[in-house]
Design a protein around this ligand. Structure first.
Ligand SMILES: [Ca+2]
Length: 151
């Protein structure tokens, strides 16, 4: 499912008796057990690994999302944890979240202005904590779509 707001993703997760992952849970899942690497498969990215800006190799989508399963899953069996589209996390964005959070199972701030999305545009797992509101996300929908996972 793409082109959904954070509220819609949260409502779906609640209906399914699940919830959106925290940013920490998302990152753990994205790594697929591969620690210390930029992407779920290693430190480099090519168009044979994921859908991101441009099209070549296995990446045949220049300005659209690829169907799930177009690229290899990570070792946890999860698809598109880098590239293809942005995925909502439960967390409010915190500017100092990486330095001010507990080391074990941080759940993010209690309040905020922006929600966290992760995974899109072929960016490294740890490189971005993108700041978007539902309004700004809709302005970006021409170039990026938002998806969600539930846990
Ligand atoms: Ca592409």
């Amino acid at each position: 499912m793409v082109l959904v707001t954070w509220d819609d993703a949260t409502a779906y997760a609640k209906w399914a008796v699940k919830r959106l992952p925290t940013e920490t849970e998302w990152e753990y899942a994205a790594r697929g057990g591969l620690a210390g690497k930029r992407y779920p498969w290693g430190d480099e990215i090519t168009h044979d690994d994921a859908n991101y800006s441009g099209a070549e190799g296995r990446d045949k989508w220049d300005k659209s999302t690829a169907p799930v399963g177009s690229f290899d899953a990570n070792s946890y069996g999860l698809y598109d944890m880098a590239g293809n589209l942005w995925e909502w996390c439960a967390d409010w964005y915190g500017e100092n979240c990486y330095t001010d959070s507990p080391l074990k199972n941080p759940a993010g701030q209690d309040t905020g202005t922006y929600r966290v999305v992760r995974g899109g545009l072929g960016t490294p797992i740890r490189a971005v904590c993108v700041l978007l509101t539902a309004t700004t996300m809709f302005h970006l929908l021409g170039t990026a779509a938002t998806d969600f996972a539930v846990c």
